[in-house]
Design a protein around this ligand. Structure first.
Ligand code: NAI
Length: 350
């Protein structure tokens, strides 16, 4: 089913309000989900609505959180989120960070006690749209083996960075695992083998059978493992939250808050040199990357985030393709149909 952004936004927001969320909060969540879908980040778009709706209805996301912004220093703050919707809290925390960085040059804002925040480039792009550099990272449920390990410890802890150029924004946004769990689910559903670099089985050995997967692998071996560690320290340990394997599971109990953490770092280029020169130079980098001689079989070298920019421009014109079953669910009167509650993270169905 192909639909335009506005219709998709309305469908998602209606479902979330049906689940019990206020219209204002539902609109913010729909913004972030449509952003992901429009930019081709399907793992964090419409496919998640049913899960969020079930969690909202079962009480695992605080509907009316007591949000408190605690300024802890000249350039630092903590947003206490009371396990409200992660997307609402993350957006608000980025607004706080943007205002602080405009005035002080740099801002470090932690979000304490939140639910899942989706595709985190949404927040770093907010900073870049304000002419600032944005960095975001967050905790995610444990599904990844530490380098050399046979059991899971860290989450797929994502990292996003955005820098503004004169005309475009350069963004990278990635999980620190080789592949998102959703990609393995997709291969399971098609009964297709996966590359042995994606995941391990119960004994910790790399596997090509998606049904045997019991742990994901970090990107680039020990290097991705190091990044996961860094993200868990900065967005969890630093904020006094559960860390490592104690981070809550996405599916363990949908009636409970997840107590996740996220960190935003925003830098104002004007405090480090001339703002206009910075914008010009970032733009120049993008142009130079596009001019790099491509390897055989590659049409063009793209700047980080360009694929998503191109997809966004395309879907703006041509609409967004939604999986039929998801469209049917969004149109239905059900808050949720297939329960995600108490699922083993590596279970076959979901
Ligand atoms: P991905 O592997 O699809 O892309 C990673 C990055 O590489 C992107 O910035 C993409 O634009 C860039 N890229 C891809 N191909 C490229 C090319 N040919 N040239 C230049 N750049 C290229 O992303 P991944 O790791 O699957 O993450 C998907 C989403 O999942 C992200 O939005 C992330 O924030 C989100 N996520 C959120 C979590 C949460 O708990 N909130 C947990 C894990 C992931």
């Amino acid at each position: 089913m192909n639909i335009d952004k506005v219709t998709l936004h309305t469908l998602i927001a209606s479902k979330l309000t049906l689940a019990g969320l206020s219209a204002d909060y539902a609109a913010v969540m729909a913004d972030v989900l449509v952003f992901a879908e429009a930019r081709g980040i399907h793992s964090h778009g419409t496919v998640r609505v049913e899960y969020y709706s079930e969690r909202i209805q079962k009480g695992g996301i605080t509907l009316h959180p007591e949000i408190r912004v605690e300024t802890t220093g000249p350039c630092s703050a903590i947003l206490h989120g009371d396990n409200g919707p992660g997307m609402v809290l993350s957006k608000q925390a980025m607004e706080v960070a943007i205002d602080m960085a405009k005035e002080k040059g740099i801002a470090v804002v932690g979000i304490k006690n939140m639910s899942h925040s989706g595709a985190i480039s949404y927040y770093t792009q907010m900073a870049a749209e304000a002419g600032l550099i944005g960095l975001a990272m967050c905790q995610s449920d444990p599904m990844v083996v530490p380098f050399g390990g046979a059991e899971i410890y860290y989450g797929t802890n994502p990292l996003s960075f955005s820098a503004p150029g004169r005309d475009n924004i350069m963004t990278f946004d990635m999980a620190t695992s080789v592949q998102a769990w959703g990609k393995i689910l997709d291969m399971r559903s098609r009964d297709k083998a996966i590359p042995d670099s994606w995941a391990v089985d119960a004994s910790g050995k790399p596997t090509t059978n998606p049904h045997d997967v019991r742990g994901l692998l970090p990107i680039a071996g020990p290097k991705g493992y190091g990044l996961m560690m860094m993200i868990d320290i900065l967005s969890g340990v630093l904020l006094g939250l559960p860390f490592g394997r104690s981070v809550s599971s996405m599916y363990a109990d949908l009636s409970k808050g997840r107590d996740l953490g996220q960190l935003h770092i925003v830098i104002n280029p004007a405090f480090f040199g001339d703002q206009q020169t910075f914008l010009d130079n970032v733009q120049q980098v993008m142009g130079e990357l596009n001019q790099v001689r491509p390897a055989e079989g590659v049409e063009k070298v793209m700047y980080p985030g360009e694929i998503a920019d191109l997809e966004q421009a395309r879907t703006e014109k041509e609409g967004i393709d939604i999986v039929d079953s998801i469209y049917d669910y969004l149109k239905s009167e059900h808050v949720w149909i297939n329960s995600y509650d108490h699922k083993d993270p590596f279970a076959e169905s979901h």
